[in-house]
Ligand binder design. Structure first.
Ligand code: AR6
Length: 186
C-alpha cells in the first residue's frame, strides 16, 4: 500500500530524492549546528542554494542552532517548496537514551511548525536512519505513530498531504508494509 487516508489527511509513501518533490514543506534531517552535512542535508543545501544556509546561520546567531527533537524553518531557496523545516534526529545509541521519544518529537514539532506556517503538504525523509544509524523498522513505526497521533489530536492543522520520501529500497519496503498493516490510531 502506498497511501492511506486518516481523517482528512492523506499519508503517502514515495521513493526518490526529496529535493525533487513539490510539497509546501520539505523536511531536512539536519544536525544541531544547522550548518549542513552529508546525506539528505547535503542534498538539500546543494539543490536549494545558499539562501538556506544564510538563514540557518541567522538562526544559529539567534538561538545557537537546533536541539535534538526540535525544528526550525527557513526559505526553501531553489527547491520546489515554500519552506524547509530543519529538524535534528537522535543519534542511535542502543535505544536507552530516549531515542524513540526524541525521534517522535522531531515529527511532532515539525508538523506543528508546518501547520503554523499554513502548509498543506509536507515531505519527510526517513530521519535518523542514515548517518545516525537509527534502526529503520523502529524509525518507521515511530514516524507513523507520531503522524497518526498528530492527525488525531490536530484535526484543524490544515495538513492535507503528509509524504514519506524513502531514498533507499529498504525503507521504501518497510513503509509500504507498515501502511498495508494499517495505521490504526491507538
Ligand atoms: N532524498 C531523500 N532521502 C535521502 C536523500 C535524498 N536526497 N539522501 C539521503 N536520504 P541521513 P540522519 C535518506 O544520513 O541519519 C547529515 O550529515 C537516507 O537514505 O541524511 O538523520 C546531517 O548533517 C536515510 O534514509 O540523516 C547530520 O549530521 C535518510 O535520508 C546527519 O547526517 C536519513 O539519512 C543526520 O543523520
Amino acid at each position: 500500500m502506498e497511501e492511506i487516508k486518516l481523517q482528512t489527511t492523506t499519508v503517502k509513501v514515495l521513493q526518490g530524492d526529496i529535493t525533487k518533490v513539490a510539497a509546501d514543506v520539505i523536511v531536512n534531517a539536519a544536525n544541531t549546528s544547522l550548518l549542513g552535512g552529508g546525506g539528505v542535508d547535503g542534498a538539500i543545501h546543494r539543490a536549494g542554494g545558499k539562501r538556506i544556509l544564510e538563514e540557518c546561520r541567522k538562526i544559529r546567531e539567534q538561538q545557537g542552532g537546533c536541539q535534538v527533537g526540535e525544528a526550525v524553518v527557513t526559505t526553501a531557496g531553489n527547491l520546489p517548496a515554500s519552506f524547509v523545516i530543519h529538524t535534528v534526529g537522535p543519534v542511535w545509541n542502543g535505544g536507552t537514551n530516549g531515542e524513540e521519544q526524541k525521534l517522535m518529537n522531531c515529527y511532532a514539532n515539525t508538523l506543528h511548525l508546518a501547520s503554523k506556517n499554513q502548509a498543506r503538504s509536507i515531505a519527510f525523509p526517513n530521519i535518523s536512519t542514515g548517518i545516525y544509524r537509527f534502526p529503520k523498522a523502529l524509525a518507521a513505526k515511530t514516524a507513523l505513530e507520531a503522524v497518526s497521533t498528530f492527525i488525531r489530536c490536530n484535526p484543524e492543522s490544515g495538513l492535507e498531504q503528509i509524504w514519506f520520501v524513502c531514498f533507499d529500497e529498504e525503507n521504501y519496503r518497510i513503509y509500504r508494509e507498515r501502511l498495508r498493516e494499517g495505521l490504526e490510531i491507538e
